[in-house]
Ligand binder design. Sequence first.
Ligand code: IMP
Ligand code: MG
Length: 178
Amino acid sequence: MDEDIAEILFTEEKIASIVRNMGRQISEDYRGKNLFMVSVLKGSLIFMADLMRAIDIPCSIDFLSVSSYGNGTVSSGEVRILKDLDSSLEGKDLLIVEDILDSGATLSFLLKNLEARRPASIRLCTFLDKPERRKVEIHPDYVGAEVPDKFIVGYGLDYAEKYRNLPYIGVLKPEIYV
Ligand code: IMP
Ligand code: MG
């Protein structure tokens, strides 16, 4: 897989240090609250697993999955829930955990949908942010790092379901997807 990567953006060590800091901040902010982390599958799976272990206050978790890009690299802008949460959000301090914020379509859809279920509070946490690509105004509460407008894989992020298991984050060579 390494030969398909044009450039490494974040090494394993760098990722670990970013996640540690995010976990520390979230632990401080949610002390005494009813932290409920919701991972948006499949991309945020690995980040979620690391982040929750960097959090030292009680928390519970759930997963949902939304329609993805298919095998393309550009969002259709249309979002559907494919797998919904197992439990109710009422009274919970909801933290949505995403891998990457791109156009903003996914998270703005999820915010509206999940807000309607009356959680006590709702915040967004994304490991990566690609601000140049934003189409919908959305302000994440926790961001690990900003990335340039390039197609990124690794650490859970895929291209056509591949590369999720790369331990680092890199830019995919454009010739792989054109
Ligand atoms: P948005 O709805 O356009 O903000 O897209 C968010 C989703 O698209 C993310 O949760 C990712 O699954 C996927 N995505 C966006 N950019 C990339 C990328 O560079 N690499 C891999 N997946 C991406
Ligand atoms: Mg995702």
